[in-house]
Design a protein around this ligand. Structure first.
Ligand code: FAD
Length: 256
C-alpha cells in the first residue's frame, strides 16, 4: 500500500519524531511504500498569502480561493504546493501526525491544509450532470483512507464524553469530517496517545505497537460512517432532514 505521512513537529528527537520513524520503518519493512512530508524540516511555508501566486496582478485584490483555483487550473501553482498535491494523489492512505496544540494542529500543519487543499481539487468541484458538488463523501480524493495520529498532554478522561476538554472525537471533527470526509476520503477513527508528556520507554513501546497496528490495518478497519451530503439525508441547504435527526445530538448526528 502507498502511505503518505504528513508530520508536524519541530524536534526530530521528540516522542512524535520517534513514533514517525518507527512507523516508516515498520511499514517499509512490511513492503509498503511510504512518503513523508516533514513540514518543519522542509521549512514548509505556513501562510496562505499573495506570495503563493507570483503570476497574478499584484495590484488586484487577493481573493485567495479564486487565485488558488486559477493557479491550479492553469498549472501555475508554486512548486511546494503542487508537490504536496502529487503526494496526496499518489497515496492510498493519508496520515496527519501531530501533537495536539491548543486543541488543534500546529500552525504549520494548518498552513499545509490551507495551501494544498485548493479550489478545483478539494473544494468547488461540481458533480457532473447535477447541480450538486462533489464533497462530504465524494470528491477528487475519493478512494483514499485518511487517519489522524495525535498525541496529547491531557489525560484520557479529560477528553471523554464528560471530560473538561470535550470529547476527542468532537475536537477532531473539523479534520475528520471537515477535511477528510469533505474531500471524499474515508476517515478512519484517529490514533490518539493521551498523556504523553511524561511517557516512559515502556509507554512508548506500547504506543508504537498500537500506532503500527492501526497503520497496517488501515484498509481492514471500518471508517467513521459519516453521512454523504448527496445521499438524501440533507435538504438543499445542507440541513439534516427531520426524519433522520434521531439518536445522539452534536456532531455524531452526521454519522449514519
Ligand atoms: P515530547 O515532549 O518529545 O516527549 C514527551 C515525553 O515522552 C518525554 O518525557 C520523553 O522523554 C518521553 N519519551 C518516551 N519515549 C520516547 C522516545 N522514544 N522518544 C522521545 N521521547 C520519548 N496538550 C493537550 O492535551 N491539549 C492542548 O490543547 C495542548 N496544547 C499545547 C499547545 C502547545 C503550544 C504545546 C507546546 C503543547 C500543548 N499540549 C497540549 C501538550 C502537547 O500535546 C504534548 O506536549 C505533546 O503531545 C507531546 O508530544 P511530543 O512529541 O512533543 O513529546
Amino acid at each position: 500500500m502507498r502511505y503518505f505521512i504528513v508530520y508536524a513537529h519541530p524536534e526530530p528527537r521528540s516522542l512524535n519524531g520517534a513514533l514517525k520513524d518507527a512507523a516508516v520503518q515498520a511499514l517499509t519493512a512490511a513492503g509498503h511504500e511510504v512518503r513523508v512530508s516533514d513540514l518543519y524540516a522542509m521549512g514548509f511555508k505556513a501562510q496562505a498569502d499573495a506570495d503563493d501566486f507570483p503570476a497574478r496582478d499584484p495590484a488586484a485584490r487577493l481573493v485567495y480561493h479564486r487565485a488558488s483555483g486559477e493557479a491550479y487550473a492553469s498549472d501555475r501553482q508554486r512548486a511546494d504546493i503542487a508537490q504536496e498535491q502529487e503526494k496526496l494523489l499518489w497515496a492510498e492512505v493519508v496520515v496527519l501526525q501531530f501533537p495536539l496544540w491548543w486543541f488543534s494542529v500546529p500552525a504549520i500543519l494548518k498552513g499545509w491544509i490551507d495551501r494544498v487543499f485548493v479550489h478545483g481539487l478539494a473544494i468547488g468541484v461540481p458533480k457532473e450532470g447535477t447541480r450538486q458538488w462533489l464533497r462530504y463523501g465524494e470528491g477528487r480524493l475519493a478512494g483514499r483512507r485518511a487517519m489522524l495520529a495525535v498525541t496529547t498532554g491531557g489525560r484520557d478522561g479529560q477528553f471523554s464524553e464528560h471530560g473538561i476538554n470535550g470529547p476527542i472525537d468532537d475536537l477532531l471533527f473539523p479534520l475528520n469530517h471537515g477535511l477528510f470526509h469533505y474531500t471524499g476520503m474515508q476517515a478512519l477513527p484517529p490514533f490518539v496517545a493521551f498523556q504523553t508528556v511524561r511517557a516512559t520507554a515502556q509507554d512508548f513501546d506500547q504506543m508504537r505497537e498500537r500506532y503500527i497496528t492501526r497503520l497496517t490495518d488501515a484498509w481492514r478497519n471500518r471508517p467513521i460512517p459519516y453521512r454523504f451530503e448527496n445521499s438524501g439525508d440533507y435538504d438543499a441547504n445542507g440541513v439534516l432532514l427531520e426524519e433522520v435527526v434521531d439518536g445522539p445530538c452534536g456532531f455524531r448526528r452526521h454519522c449514519a
